[in-house]
Design a protein around this ligand. Sequence first.
Ligand SMILES: Nc1nc2c(ncn2[C@@H]2O[C@H](COP(=O)(O)OP(=O)(O)OP(=O)(O)O)[C@@H](O)[C@H]2O)c(=O)[nH]1
Ligand SMILES: [Mg+2]
Length: 398
Amino acid sequence: MSNSVSFNWQDLAKLFIQDINLGDLADDFNKKYTEEVARMGNVNIIVAGRTGVGKSSLINAAFRENIAETGLGNPVTPKIQMIEKPGVPVKIYDTVGLELNKDTQSAAIRDIKDLIAEKSKSNDIREMIHLVWYCISVESERFEDVEERFVEAIAGSNVPVVMVTTKSFDKALTDRFVSDLNNRNLPIKKVIPVLAHNKLEYKAYGVEELVEYSVSLLPETVKGAWINAVKDVKMKKNKAQAIVTATVAGNFAIGFIPIPFADAGVLAAAEVAMLGSIAAVYGLKLDKNELVGFVSALAGVGGAAVLGRTIVGNLIKLIPGAGTLVGGAISGTTAAILTFALGEAFIAAMDMIAANNINEYEINSKEVMKKIKNVFKSSLKLGKKKFKGGVPTPDEFV
Ligand SMILES: Nc1nc2c(ncn2[C@@H]2O[C@H](COP(=O)(O)OP(=O)(O)OP(=O)(O)O)[C@@H](O)[C@H]2O)c(=O)[nH]1
Ligand SMILES: [Mg+2]
């Protein structure tokens, strides 16, 4: 009756999963996930500072999975512990119980310098120490000569040092402390005040800034590992959206065959790879059921739906440009819209799981499902507007 173009998003979504070979989908997804994670390697950071300043609290606030509590700690020296956890691509060298006084300072400095030197022998940049967070508490500490020597000695090893003022509760006190540190011309990159977790009326802050600033100091090769290992969902989302953008552009560049609708709507390799890469950014490895659950959610049905070809006919009417369907191919613009919406919906799911610490097995929860469907629906509309004038080529994205 009406000529207005509107998406029947459920029908579109069903196209994704018609006759889908679920086993292959999960295998391809996992393969991409594993490849991406392996490529990231590890990022290695030293978190140093006197005992009780709040290093463990900071580590737990910055990295996924409460790593300081639940990770495995291996003593490297009596005062340096390396913490790691399978699936989280970071090695944290934590100075534990370090009473930094005249007697211990030279030993502590030597141990840290030795550690940095030892790791820098490797030819693989991913094995080296990439960053030091030197923690000093606003609450109870004063910056003393002994700390200055410590920072200078570390900086002498050519690893970037960020000074973190911890327990930065009181604003006036923190401001004074930070400006005092800034006035000392220390060989550090920046002073960043942090309150790792709330205390009474004081709200936690600063961890995000620290984590986001830190990535700028890392070698390119390990930035992906950092983005995976930290909690910061904003960084992950940016990276994931860049993956969607690149996939969309790639699809369009290839031309007209991203999703072979006529062959029954199997997710194309590029889309599955996109999902695998996004999951790797979040460090959320989904199993077959979870993945199928996600894809099924988009269709609003359980399992694989079998739909007649009529839907393809309807689709052509619904999407401007889809009329170019020839021998199972769809237009680049249509593919771009679908890929974009699929990517955004998956990111929304990953975001919810990461931000709320929902166990990944709950991707199938009602709450997540509802959100995914809404994002998919609104992203189809957004995509339609966004790609009206065509899709930029990969070169146009940075
Ligand atoms: N409320 C609040 N408490 C903090 C914060 N940072 C540290 N604390 C508290 O300070 C105490 C010491 O913090 P830790 O994180 O264990 O300190 P640490 O530097 O790891 O100490 P060592 O492992 O002994 O070297 C704990 O009781 C923490 O709860 C913070 O940002 N907010
Ligand atoms: Mg500790």
